[in-house]
Design a binder for this molecule. Sequence first.
Ligand SMILES: [Zn+2]
Length: 235
Amino acid sequence: MCIFLTVIVSCFMTISLIFILNATLISTIMCLADRINHHISLLHKRSFCLHCGHMLLWYDTIPIISVIMLKGKCRYCQQYFGCHIAIFECLGTIIGTLLFSNPPLWITGLFLLFFSLEDWHDKSIHAYLLIPWLVYLIIHVHDKQHLLMTFSILSISLWLVFIRRAMGSGDIPVLLNLALINDLNGFALTLFVTSILALIYLTIKRTHELPFVPFLFIGWLIVILSQKAIILISG
Ligand SMILES: [Zn+2]
């Protein structure tokens, strides 16, 4: 009984620590993307309100909890910045905790969250930040199937970017990353779900352009979380 209780407490502590780590990382990534999108220096140490410039106290920067306690408003100027931040932080933390046991998926997820926020705001991303991660993946995931798929994706992407001008060059490293961490079925499914989501967005918004990375990110999340759920259900 005592051993059983120790195991339960140990599991609870581990999951709690992973949850807190993910909450902190997701909140930091959202803050970094917000600063870059608003052209604010990353060297600015303390967090502050983007509306009134007032420095935030430590208890105003606790992931998820602070936004809920403040009801999505600045404590000082009462400017509403939105409760959606708490929802994103909460969802991101849960998904991050679920992916934590698979480092390639987890790290890719963190990168894609950052790029999605950038792409959604500016329709451009700092894609070169992915290059060291891609080099690492190519060195460690060097089976023929993945390398052949990656090379094919690179060739098609270069054609779409430079000949057809149907895609931004920043999308290429993101697609290569997904090709390297998925098998062929997973990658094809991701593209299929992404296309459906993008088509729905284009139809509703009645536009011909969209930030591709957020749709790719959501499409990929739907596929890997569905795969995990199927494995769990089928035992
Ligand atoms: Zn304020």
